[in-house]
Design a protein around this ligand. Structure first.
Ligand code: MG
Ligand code: MG
Length: 257
């Protein structure tokens, strides 16, 4: 069943996703060659707790960290480690919070220093696919309208869409109905209603769409080991359009200054 949120509940979800955005901004300030992904995880955990929340991912189905950090061919669900970031890497950071009975969940893919032009293009197209999907999140549309917008944007850019992992509803649980695939057909799937809160999260590969689930039980990577990007917004469906609860502005201000 799909839980519709009240205005008050949407504000609590906004608070959580604002904190996620600020956490991603703080993490972004620390992303540079020489830092380990475990150090980034510690920055996030400290930041989240100091703002009165708990990390939403830590212990979720047994996940061992506060952030999912997926480098280069990592798609999602990477476990922070002693891996040392180097110039030219891309780092997908997925962050969750829990406070006041609700979850936040958003993700951003960062560049480590200068990255190749084709990888820069992957990041830009993936973010564009997210925005095109978000533009469809208005009452009366269907989930498939979001899915089709994401897929067509990614594929028009020459990239491929991961099928095995999808977006989701967000609320008192991290993963609620409905599923929000990044591929599909316009006019299909559940009708969007005011008060639905959705995580729209394209996972887009530079090469083939196939992925491998690693033996650590978590990490998902591309089969061909080409890079993959991931951006995620939490949005509330409104009559006139999406009310975006995540703020990439704070992240981009932090990394561009
Ligand atoms: Mg996420
Ligand atoms: Mg999510």
């Amino acid at each position: 069943m799909i839980h519709l949120k009240t205005k008050e509940e949407i504000e609590l979800l906004r608070e959580n996703n604002q904190l996620v955005s600020l956490t991603l901004a703080e993490v972004g300030k620390h992303i540079r060659p020489g830092v380990t992904t475990r150090e980034l995880d510690a920055v996030a955990e400290e930041f989240i707790r100091s703002h009165g929340a708990v990390p939403g991912f830590l212990g979720y189905n047994g996940f061992p960290a506060s952030l999912c950090i997926s480098v280069n061919e990592g798609v999602v669900h990477g476990i922070p480690s002693d891996y040392v970031l180097k110039q030219g890497d891309i780092v997908s950071v997925d962050c969750g919070t829990f406070m006041k009975g609700f979850y936040g969940d958003s993700a951003y893919t960062f560049a480590v220093g200068e990255i190749p032009a084709d990888v820069r293009q992957l990041l830009e197209v993936t973010k564009e696919a997210l925005y095109k999907g978000v533009a469809q999140a208005k009452a009366g549309n269907r989930i498939g309208d979001i899915s089709a917008a994401v897929q067509s944007t990614a594929e028009a850019g020459g990239f491929s869409v991961v099928r095995e992992l999808v977006g989701h509803g967000l609320g008192r649980k991290m993963h609620e109905e409905p599923e929000v695939p990044n591929y599909g057909s316009k006019g299909r799937g559940p009708v969007l209603k005011e008060g639905m809160v959705l995580c729209i999260e394209p996972m887009i590969n530079m090469g083939g769409r196939q992925v491998v689930f690693e033996r650590d039980g978590w990490t998902v990577r591309t089969r061909d080991r080409k890079p993959s990007a991931h951006y995620e917004f939490a949005v509330a469906v409104g009559k006139e359009g999406a009310d975006v609860l995540t703020d990439f502005g704070v992240i981009e201000n932090a990394i561009n200054n």
